[in-house]
Design a protein around this ligand. Structure first.
Ligand code: HEM
Length: 140
């Protein structure tokens, strides 16, 4: 009996824990995007040709995390009826694809050492962030 209860408790803990983790993956990707974005914003205030590879690496981190985020579902979807949820998830995936493509442009700018263009592209990404959050982020 004691063993059965302990096993049940373990399953309960596991289910709760993995549920919380699945929910948080998108937030974790967003945190990684934020860290790389902020660093790049700072670095590109006084860009150095010698540090080009570091800048490209930061933008590549953003791209990888955007691709991970694309495969996840925003928490906001949980409160919607199935039809609206499907439409919302499709819209989210399209926005995330556009965001990824905009990061590709940033990577090209960085590789070419076109710092003005790269700074402009960072501003574009910022606008896409605002739009993405307005449309797909749950209000607290
Ligand atoms: C430079 C670009 C971006 C930055 C710096 C950024 C940053 C963040 C941050 C800091 C959070 C909060 C994470 C937390 O609660 O711990 C967040 C959440 C979120 N972001 Fe972004 N974001 C960006 C672009 C985008 C884009 C393009 C989309 C949609 C296409 C998006 C969709 C979301 C969603 C849906 C959440 C809520 C997380 C959830 O539902 O689990 N973000 N983002």
């Amino acid at each position: 009996m004691k063993i059965a209860l302990t096993t049940l408790l373990c399953f309960f803990c596991l289910a709760t824990f993995s549920g919380a983790r699945a929910d948080m993956q998108l937030e974790i990707s967003m945190k990684h995007i934020t860290r790389a974005y902020k660093q790049l914003l700072l670095d590109l205030k006084q860009p150095q040709d010698a540090n080009k590879a570091d800048y490209v690496a930061l933008a590549t981190t953003m791209k990888t995390e955007a691709q991970t985020a694309r495969g996840l579902v925003p928490q906001k979807a949980a409160n919607l009826y199935p039809e609206s949820r499907d439409a919302m998830v499709k819209g989210y995936q399209k926005s995330m694809d556009d965001f990824s493509q905009a990061i590709d442009v940033l990577i090209e700018n960085l590789q070419a050492g076109q710092w003005d263009a790269a700074n402009k592209q960072l501003a574009t990404l910022r606008m896409e962030e605002d739009d993405g959050h307005k449309a797909f982020r749950k209000k607290d």
